[in-house]
Design a protein around this ligand. Structure first.
Ligand code: ADP
Ligand code: ADP
Ligand code: MG
Length: 542
């Protein structure tokens, strides 16, 4: 160890090019002796949207709390009473000076949407309408309620609505306020792509129309890229220290993040780059059919949700991406495959061994992670299992914890590991990206991809993160219909046709980044957007 990092070198697998020069200074904030330290702060820009991207535990919420004036940074002197004037002195002559002066003088108003919306019902007891009406400072609440489709739940109790509804209520409550600076600590959890796009559009609209400033922490790279003007990347050693970079253009920031190397900082943050295919994968030679399923129908009862499944074939050794809005029947189909639900009409060959990771993970046993995983596979602890599963899913540090003490993201990683550790014909993963930070998504994606390739395994992956779906899938299964009323599952098809069907339904087109080929969402109504819609090419260029 070079003595600078608190615990261990964050890049021990990697050649160290240099150390962040920020680490030579005192941090902006340190929580205590040998505790987490934050270096640098993002710069909210009046009238623009600033993004923050980085793993969990790296100080993003700490930075947000500080800039929102909810916590006074201590400049590393954790034993003394923190003092805003000292912070201002430190930042005099930088781009933050102006912001800090106004914050300290009380010349600006701020609002913050918390990261963990699940906590809101614990703090607020009442109807959705009551919570929202308190925040209606701009007289725009009705508009937000309609745009975010939360009118149907206005008269429900806050503690009775779903995660996706809670997220949209929290967004509406924050955006309804009349402030200069909005801090949005993650906007996409629990939302489907169309809801993510709506949230992004509203944030941009409000920022542009009122010259208001938005600071957005986000793990969905496609949405962040669409939404932000500038981007701060945060890197370091989660739980030990985090460094906030200077602002980058959002395009360069996301490109650098994916490449694993930060140019200005001369800093490698990951050994390997993440790359996208610009052209639809050539229809690869298919394996043997693994399962051929017929047309099926399932209804939850008179007047309840119903699902029609158009019959299709899943081939051996393919990864099938599954996409569609929330409430359209994706999990219902998954449960029909596992045999947990019986179709009313049609029948699936149940000879298959299926390893299933459900969307809502219930592993609340008082059992340790290592004991749980070793009960699933004899490979547990082998060097192969460690490299293929434990390492990319960052399980080492949580092996000795109890399952019922795990956070959402930790639980997700254990559940993905448990699923992949089973010996099965078909691996069925329902929303593996949920609760994962950006780096964990990248690692989980490569772990699933590598596992299926090395084992000629077949997988079905349901997810809303379009980059994850792109990087994982050989073919695509698209759902459409009317959420919560009825859904139709279309047969699996090639990536080009699948993406075109799915995105045409949503009205979203992607262009390619000129330098890296990475897909980028077109601004709705832009020239590229209109051209591509006319030619029917929503995703791949050719
Ligand atoms: P992020 O938002 O990037 O996930 P946070 O800013 O929430 O990261 O946390 C960064 C680190 O600081 C974490 O290791 C967290 O445990 C630690 N931390 C956060 N709040 C406190 C606190 N009040 N006291 C001590 N440590 C804290
Ligand atoms: P998705 O996975 O696409 O979000 P689901 O398959 O979970 O969709 O749910 C589809 C619809 O069926 C939703 O409106 C949901 O509320 C409803 N639903 C799910 N399970 C049941 C059930 N056991 N009884 C009645 N309705 C249900
Ligand atoms: Mg956070």
């Amino acid at each position: 160890s070079c003595g600078i990092c608190v615990e261990k070198c964050p890049f021990d697998a990697i050649e160290i090019i240099n150390l962040p020069s920020e680490l030579e200074q005192e941090p902006v904030h340190r929580y205590g002796d040998n505790a987490f330290a934050l270096y640098g702060l993002p710069t909210p820009e009046p009238g623009s949207v600033t993004g923050i991207l980085g793993p969990n535990g790296i100080g993003k919420s700490t930075a947000v709390h500080a800039l929102a004036g909810e916590m006074t940074p201590n400049l590393g002197e954790y034993e003394d009473e923190p003092d805003w004037d000292a912070v201002l002195d430190r930042y005099r002559g930088t781009q933050l000076q102006n912001y800090l002066e106004q914050l300290i003088d009380g010349d600006i108003e701020v609002a913050r949407k918390p990261q963990y919306v699940d906590q809101i019902p614990k703090q607020f007891d009442g109807k959705v309408r009551e919570l929202l009406e308190r925040t209606d400072e701009r007289g725009e609440l009705d508009y937000l309620v309609d745009e975010l489709s939360i009118r149907p739940v206005l008269d429900q109790d806050i503690d009775s609505i779903s995660g996706g509804e809670l997220q949209r209520v929290a967004l509406a409550a924050t955006l309804a306020r009349d402030v200069d600076f909005y801090f949005l600590d993650e906007i996409t959890p629990y939302l489907d792509i169309s809801q993510r796009m709506t949230a992004a559009r509203l944030i941009e609209e409000i920022s542009e129309a009122g010259d208001r400033s938005m600071l957005v922490v986000e793990h969905d790279l496609a949405i962040l890229d669409l939404l932000a003007d500038t981007l701060h990347i945060t890197y370091g050693e989660p739980g030990a220290y985090g460094v906030v970079t200077d602002p980058k253009s959002v395009r360069n920031g996301v490109n650098e993040y994916l490449s694993g190397y930060l140019d200005n900082e001369n800093m490698r943050i990951r050994p390997e780059a993440i790359t996208f295919e610009e052209h639809a994968p050539r229809s690869a030679t298919k394996g043997q059919p693994l399962v051929e399923y017929p047309d099926m129908h399932k209804s939850y009862g008179e007047g309840e949700f119903s699902l029609d499944v158009e019959g299709g074939t899943i081939y051996e050794s393919e990864v099938l991406g599954v996409v569609g809005p929330n409430g359209i029947g994706k999990s219902t189909l998954a449960k029909m495959f596992t045999g947990a639900l019986e179709p009313d009409e049609g029948e699936i060959d149940t000879e298959l061994d299926i390893a299933y990771k459900p969307q809502y993970i219930e592993i609340d046993q008082p059992m340790r992670v290592d004991a749980f995983l070793s009960s699933i596979t004899d490979e547990f602890g082998s060097s192969y299992w460690n490299t293929e599963i434990a390492q990319p899913l960052q399980l080492e540090s949580i092996m000795e914890q109890n399952l019922d003490d795990l956070s959402g993201g930790e639980r997700q990683r254990v559940a993905i590991a448990a699923c992949l550790s089973e010996d099965a014909d078909l691996y069925l993963l329902d929303e593996p990206s949920a609760h994962l930070d950006v780096e964990q998504r990248v690692q989980a994606t490569s772990a699933i991809r590598r596992y299926t390739e090395n084992h000629d395994a077949t997988a079905m992956v349901i997810d809303h993160d379009i980059y994850m779906i792109d990087l994982l899938s050989d073919r695509l299964m698209v759902f459409d219909g009317e959420p919560a009323d009825h859904g139709t599952a279309r047969p699996p098809q090639g990536m080009r046709d699948g993406m075109n069907d799915f995105l045409a339904d949503l009205g979203i087109t992607f262009r390619r980044d000129e330098r890296t080929g990475r897909p980028r969402i077109n601004k709705p109504g832009s020239q590229k957007d209109r051209e591509q819609k006319r030619s029917g090419e929503y995703y791949y260029s050719d």
